[in-house]
Design a protein around this ligand. Structure first.
Ligand code: DGJ
Length: 736
């Protein structure tokens, strides 16, 4: 068991709970007669538990039981596991309520704890999982004696993965209804050790760019109030000691398993202590709890490592591959697909698609994905969302005929949906205008000429599910791209009463989860790819339902270097939807070599986003080579350890990353020279992840090198001729 409890470890620490992973320890102390749940330590694994002194409780301000005169001073500086609002802790809190009388203050006292093997599921929510061999959990039950509000803090320790997950359940044990106005899922209090905060920011076509800034006095936050995790900010935050690089340095990270509004913040207080928090964004959140009712907050994945940013990356990759991603394709190679969006946009019919599929199948492509435009009156993006019946004008014989024809070519068929939306110009909207999220009497703000369906309503949710399921039952459809092309606004539901309107954002997300959960259960063979106007909802919550997510609408190979670097910082390569697209690129107008586009897409799920009947013959001829390259390397890419060697976003000239198999017998490094430079030496690449004591052969070269030399003395790569050029360096262990 990796969780141990110790009673009365000092006069003031009544109980100590110590959680250990292979390399880290996390320690909680129950302190004072008031039984505060304090945070004592998170960091390198400790063998000992005698650390009561770290709480500074002998210093001013004294503990409340010894000097209640300074209670607020105590509350405002004591390191809390789950700080509450309104009684004197003026830092960013984790929970606030509003009682019948309109009061907000809340305190939490430890009541009991329960330690057990394994991990419970979180009702209605995606969450990591693990059996009794993989993890153990502790539930700490706390109560506010004045309102009867109970809070259960759940911690699960994945000891072999160096990960601890946290979530929170709030139960109203009082006699009156109350509103929860804020409920975060995790908090980490500690001294500031000259930390920097790392986050991911972006925009449409520019998702997940890495940023780091010093943690200074005040607060730094990343957040979304858009109803989804968003293109703009990402539900991830890490703090690291200054000077941390890919291999060395301390990193603490939090990642939210949630797909809606979120807030992550780090605050440096008056005593140079920091508090890092993460949870559902409190803006427009107000959840009513009748006596006896409970609210389950989503999960935060938390880790600490001394092995730098690369260490963090590899911990998260392994954790998600083993404890979050599920389903048929969890560990499987994905079919190479061709998506017709950039090939045809809305201008397609069965003949055109079959023409493309015939050519594609000859080239080795394994699946045709029919994107937006196959249903209702959807001749452009101004109409028909919600009318999920096949447009027989475009597709005579319907989906069944198309699927059968595509299957005859030895290919699978996939289709696009945008189930959460409704166009004002649709039969669905004409029949049910009140099904859209809107403020009554106020014209709704359109985005891409569409509204969002009110998935907090059971009738709407059932209708949406049946519309999707009917289509999927009608033909052999083996893949779904689930898109979401606008963010939420005009928050209003014709179903929810006024005192529950603040539940809409979260109920909407729960509705999305229910739909995807039901769909993957009824159609377990389906490969689901989430998408949101590119990568606007790429988050761990979505990964629980779909093993891959479309990274970005920007398919330009050079822009993708930065987008994929930021994505791969925290997500396994097996999850990154990446395709070779046409040139000039449809977003940027940039022209890059077909080979480079192939090499860059190879580090994701791999596929094509172009009309194979129309591209230049020399590009088309390269496709079978790229197909065999995918088959040769995909196991390694999907399952291996990821190493960032050089970053184009930092050096502005070239990019290099590698994947090394778990046995260190094989590695693939991808080098992309963005801009050539005159009169330069060769580039010296310091490979990472190899075994220093083994000998390796570089494919295509005679000489062999020890891992030691390749990693420490480096490998010299001659500069490539021209800009936007790339090279794969495949390394295998030398056989004697
Ligand atoms: C946005 C997606 O990111 C694109 O790939 C495409 O599916 C369009 N939506 C279709 O409307």
């Amino acid at each position: 068991m990796s969780i141990s409890c110790y009673e009365n470890v000092s006069e003031d620490v009544k109980k100590l709970i110590k959680m250990d992973t292979q390399n880290t320890s996390y320690v909680i102390g129950i302190v004072d007669d008031d039984m505060f749940v304090g945070h004592m330590y998170y960091g390198v694994r400790l063998n000992d538990y005698h650390l009561a002194h770290v709480l500074r409780i002998q210093e001013i301000p004294f503990l409340p039981s010894k000097n209640n005169r300074e209670r607020t001073s105590f509350l405002d500086s004591f390191p809390m596991e789950y700080p509450t609002y309104g009684l004197g802790d003026y830092r960013e809190d984790c929970i606030s309520i509003e009682t019948k009388g309109g009061h907000r203050g809340l305190s939490l006292q430890y009541v009991s704890d329960k330690v057990y093997e394994g991990k419970p599921a979180l009702e209605g929510l995606p969450a990591s999982f693990g059996d009794e061999d993989a993890c153990s959990s502790v539930e700490i039950c706390c109560e506010d004696p004045y309102t009867g509000l109970q809070v259960e803090l759940l911690y699960t320790v994945f000891d072999k993965r160096d990960v601890i997950t946290r979530s929170v359940k709030v139960i109203n044990k009082g006699e009156d209804a109350l509103h929860v106005t804020k409920v975060f899922s995790a908090c980490l209090d500690m001294d500031n050790r000259d930390f920097e905060v790392v986050s991911l920011h972006g925009s449409w076509a520019r998702e997940r760019q890495i940023q780091s800034v010093p943690v200074s006095h005040g607060k730094f936050s990343v957040e979304s109030v858009r109803g989804e995790s968003s293109h703009q900010d990402h539900p991830f935050m890490a703090i690291r000691t200054r000077g941390t690089n890919q291999e060395h340095g301390e990193v603490y990270a939090m990642h939210f398993v949630y797909s809606g509004n979120f807030k992550a913040a780090v605050q440096n207080d008056q005593f140079d202590q920091i508090r890092m928090v993460m949870g559902i964004h409190p803006e427009n959140f107000k959840w009513k709890l009748e006596p006896g009712q409970a609210f389950q907050a989503p999960e935060v994945v938390m880790l600490y490592t001394q092995d730098g940013m690369g260490g963090m990356t590899r911990i998260l990759h392994d954790f998600y591959r083993n404890h979050l991603i599920r389903g048929e394709y969890k560990d499987k190679k994905r079919p190479i697909l061709l998506n017709n969006w950039e090939a045809t946009y809305f201008d397609f019919n069965t003949d055109k698609l079959i023409g493309i599929a015939k050519q594609a199948s000859r080239l080795g492509i394994e699946m045709l994905v029919m994107d937006d435009g196959w249903f209702g009156n959807r001749f452009d993006d101004n109409r028909a969302l919600g009318d999920w019946t096949v447009n027989e004008e475009k597709l005579p014989g319907g989906l069944k005929y198309l699927a059968d024809e595509v299957n005859k070519l030895g290919m699978k068929l996939g289709i696009w949906f945008e189930p959460e939306m409704i166009s004002p110009d649709s039969d669905l909207y004409r029949a049910h205008p009140d099904w859209a999220i809107a403020i009554p009497g106020r014209p709704g703000s359109l985005c891409r000429n569409q509204y969002v369906l009110d998935l907090s309503r059971r009738d709407v949710l059932e209708h949406v599910y049946e519309s999707i399921a009917k289509v999927l039952r009608s033909a052999n459809i083996e893949y779904v791209k689930w898109d979401m092309n606008r963010q939420l606004s005009d928050l209003g539901s014709a179903f929810l009463p006024a005192d529950q309107m603040g539940e809409l954002y979260h109920r909407y997300v729960l509705g999305v989860y229910e739909l995807q959960g039901r769909m993957t259960e009824e159609f377990p063979y389906l490969l689901l790819e989430n998408c949101s106007g590119g990568g606007g909802r790429f988050d761990p919550g979505m990964l629980y339902y779909s093993p891959q997510i479309w990274c970005s609408d920007d398919t330009d190979a050079i822009e993708r270097l930065k987008i994929q670097e930021g994505t791969a910082l925290i997500y396994p390569l097996s999850t990154m939807g990446a395709h070779v697209s046409d040139c000039p690129n449809h977003v940027l107008g940039r022209v890059t070599p077909f080979e480079t586009r192939g090499h860059v897409a190879l580090s994701g799920t791999f596929g094509y986003e172009l009309d194979v009947t129309k591209i230049p013959e020399e590009d088309r001829r390269m496709i079978p080579e790229q197909v065999s390259m995918y088959h040769k390397y995909n196991d390694l890419i999907r399952q291996g350890d990821y190493y960032r060697i050089a970053s184009y976003s930092e050096n502005h000239f070239y990019d290099c990353y590698g994947v090394v198999d778990k046995d260190k017998k094989e590695a693939l490094y991808t080098f992309v020279q963005v801009l050539n430079r005159p009169n330069r030496h060769s580039e010296r690449l310091y490979f990472r992840g190899l075994d220093p004591d083994r000998w390796y052969r570089i494919e295509g070269e005679e000489e062999t090198f020890s891992g030691d030399v390749l990693m420490n003395a480096g490998y010299l790569l001659q500069s490539l001729e021209g800009d936007f050029k790339s090279k794969l360096i495949h390394i295998v262990e030398r056989s004697e």
